[in-house]
Design a protein around this ligand. Structure first.
Ligand code: CO
Length: 161
């Protein structure tokens, strides 16, 4: 299928609690591949499966730094410390950005597409993107958390999640 359609707020799938993945099969690999293609096509820095209408605990993140593309299944943030306040956007909420307070450093545990355990240590913007994507799996959007929200429809867009 390649590039998938990104669903937009207020699509109800964005408010569901996504289901744990239990089958690590070719369909999952295809889903991850399509999610990465969809994220890059939209010039985003992260994407969660509910954003393409699939209520499963699957995310991809690539903030364009040395960490590259990270694919994670069933991600759980197991440690967090520090604090950062910064701008955030979302591919499912195209015309808004907001200032969101997030942990500055996190440890995320999950699985790769083969079901093997993986751990990612993230800080700064990379950590922000992970927290944003994990929120998507729990039906939470950045606009629920933002301390201020501003309209960016008159500005060129970059860095949506
Ligand atoms: Co988002």
């Amino acid at each position: 299928m390649g590039i998938r359609l990104i669903v937009k707020e207020p699509d109800p799938v964005l408010r569901e609690i996504a289901a744990e993945v239990t089958k690590f099969n070719p369909n999952l690999k295809k889903l991850l591949k399509d999610m990465a293609a969809t994220m890059y096509d939209a010039e985003g820095v992260g994407l969660a499966a509910p954003q393409i209408g699939i209520s499963k605990r699957v995310i991809v993140v690539d903030v364009g730094d040395e960490n590259g593309l990270v694919e994670m299944v069933n991600p759980v943030i197991v440690e967090q410390e520090g604090e950062q306040l910064g701008p955030e956007g979302c591919l499912s909420i195209p015309n808004l950005n907001g200032e969101v307070r997030r942990a500055d450093r996190i440890v995320v545990k999950g699985q790769n597409s083969d079901g093997e355990p993986i751990t990612v240590n993230a800080s700064g913007y990379f950590a922000r993107a992970f927290q944003h994507e994990v929120d998507h799996l729990n039906g939470i959007l950045f606009t629920d958390l933002a301390e201020s929200i501003y309209d960016i429809s008159d500005r060129p867009k970059k860095g949506g999640e």
